[in-house]
Write a protein of this length. Structure first.
Length: 258
């Protein structure tokens, strides 16, 4: 598999691409994705990330079970993957909003990557699931620990204990998908969300996501008292002044990212 990566107008686009269009991730792709997330974290010219799969068939179908892997399930589980599947599933250091553009199958690790995104826009033909139990495995790279924290217990268990595939409409009902549209409207829907995000101050976006990522385990009082680095930077920024000034002058703000 190859990973496409481009940045334009403050939007990074990350595309999983495999000739058979099922977009299964191998070890080399995991390393490539980790490098991409690390680069995005180091840059100040990115306000939003769109993650998708090429074509119409699949967003990502998880680990490559046909790739001749020699590791046992126990060996795979014992390996350190701090950030979860694709380097994204439970990554806490990426302070840029990530949109999942789900164009087809999002299964196993692919669904775990979706769970690591902030906003999920799906084609009405998309399918989601954690089928690991059907092949004698478990969703080790984020599925078991993330899904139960995002949706009610019985819904999470219905996904993991059956291994069945769920439609985009069902996942929207569960609260995982933000918007479901016909495939030919998918790009337009994603662009609407991107436009709304990049209209916001980039430092505010980072401050919001960093605070959410670092305070989810705290009580409200503890979270309110935490002064995250991105929060302090945003509060002291020129953009904080520019935003209020633009509002008073009834014009669009011009963000400098400082």
């Amino acid at each position: 598999m190859t990973v496409g990566f481009s940045v334009e107008n403050r939007v990074a686009r990350v595309t999983l691409d495999r000739p058979d269009r099922m977009n299964a991730v191998d070890a080399a792709t995991e390393k490539e994705l980790e490098a991409i997330w690390t680069e995005i974290e180091s840059r100040d010219d990115i306000s939003c990330v769109v993650l998708t799969g090429s074509g119409q068939k699949a967003f990502c179908t998880g680990a490559d079970l046909k790739g001749g892997a020699t590791k046992s399930g126990l060996e795979y589980w014992a390996e350190s993957r701090t950030n979860g599947f694709g380097g994204l599933a439970f990554r806490k250091s990426l302070d840029v909003p990530v949109i999942a553009r789900v164009n087809g199958y999002a299964l196993g690790g692919g669904f775990e990557m979706v769970l690591g995104c902030d906003i999920v826009i799906a084609a009405d033909t998309a399918k989601f699931g954690l089928p690991e139990a059907r092949v004698g495995r478990m969703p080790l790279d984020g599925g078991m620990v993330l899904l139960q924290r995002k949706i009610p217990h019985n819904l999470a268990m219905s996904v993991m204990l059956t291994g069945r595939q769920f439609t985009a409409a069902e996942m929207q009902g569960f609260g995982i998908v933000n918007e479901t549209v016909p495939f030919d409207e998918l790009d337009a829907a994603v662009d609407r969300w991107v436009s709304d995000i990049v209209a916001c101050a980039p430092l505010s976006l980072k401050a919001i996501k960093q605070t959410v990522n670092r305070t989810g385990h705290l009580s409200p009082a503890e979270a309110q008292g935490l002064r995250t680095p991105a929060l302090i930077r945003a509060l002291q920024s020129e953009d904080a002044v520019e935003g209020v000034t633009a509002f008073r002058e009834k014009r669009a703000p011009v963000w400098q990212g400082r």
